[in-house]
Ligand binder design. Structure first.
Ligand code: SF4
Length: 280
């Protein structure tokens, strides 16, 4: 029997509504196999910015956040992308294994939002760990269910890259269309498990580059303790805007330029009061 990791249907435009959506496992067809089917946007074979070393990046399809600066706007539609099985993906990624091993790299599940397809990620990461491949989960932390499946994903995850978009929910909601409460709760859960993580923060002029936001984020990160290995600051850029244009969507951040070096240094300085390893 084949099972498909079904993603809940959401509008491909406009705000997502946090609710009780869950990705159920359903029978796709009776083919005599037990393959989990994932829906992916694309892969990158030699990624260098999503985790340590050279990495095979799997961009999962579907996201429920609606970040104004999203540079992967074409990953939002949960019904888009293409279907793939874990054995198919493993066959592809293991051919890059010598690059990964030589560089201290591995596999990163990114997106879109990888945690919308937890069964597939659990299966993929379990297969990677069985072959000694380092696994990295790049997530926005919009996780609303805590159960054995989630723990199975995390048990097979070596490193979590957790995006915190804004610590102040009054700013987070207009920036992403959802509350940050799920992400912050997930961060605390990761800390309670002693899960190694990097916190990632996109510095967007007028949206997340102010001192108060940086101070609040720093305090929150300090509470998470030693499991936060690194804080990565990512300067906002407009490189994904053309995807919004192609989809006929309005890009709200027109006119907002990437942050200056002075701005990045200032935010780094503030966060540096709370964590010894803040980089950009
Ligand atoms: S979480 Fe990532 S993929 Fe989703 S909208 Fe935000 S930037 Fe885009």
């Amino acid at each position: 029997m084949s099972v498909i990791n079904r993603i809940p249907a959401v509008e491909s435009k406009g705000p997502a509504t946090p609710g009780t959506q869950r990705i159920p496992t359903v029978e796709a067809s009776d083919t005599g196999t037990t393959d989990i089917i994932g829906r992916i946007h694309s892969v990158e074979t030699c990624g260098t910015v999503d985790g340590p070393g050279i990495r095979f990046i799997v961009f999962m399809q579907g996201c429920l956040m609606r970040c104004k600066y999203c540079h992967n706007r074409d990953t939002w539609d949960t019904q888009g992308g293409r279907e793939v099985t874990v054995p198919e993906l493993m066959k592809d990624l293991t051919s890059y294994r010598h690059f990964m091993n030589a560089s201290g790299g591995g596999v990163t599940a990114s997106g879109g939002e990888a945690m919308l397809q937890q069964e597939f990620i659990a299966e993929l990461f379990t297969a990677c760990k069985a072959q000694g491949i380092h696994t990295c989960l790049d997530t926005n932390g919009f996780v609303r269910h805590y159960d054995e499946l989630l723990d199975r994903v995390l048990d097979n995850t070596d490193l979590v890259l957790l995006d915190i978009k804004q610590i102040n929910d009054e700013k987070h909601i207009p920036l992403t269309h959802v509350s940050n409460k799920y992400t912050l709760e997930f961060a605390r859960y990761l800390a309670s498990r002693g899960q190694t993580m990097w916190i990632r923060y996109v510095v967007v002029p007028t949206w997340s580059d102010d001192d108060e936001s940086a101070e609040g984020l720093g305090q929150f990160i300090a509470e998470l303790g030693d499991c936060v290995e690194k804080v990565e600051l990512l300067p906002y850029h407009e490189l994904g805007k053309h995807k919004w244009d192609v989809l006929g969507d309005t890009y709200d951040l027109v006119g907002i330029k990437p942050p200056s070096k002075e701005t990045m240094d200032r935010v780094q300085g503030i966060l540096g009061k709370y964590h010894p390893n803040v980089k950009y």
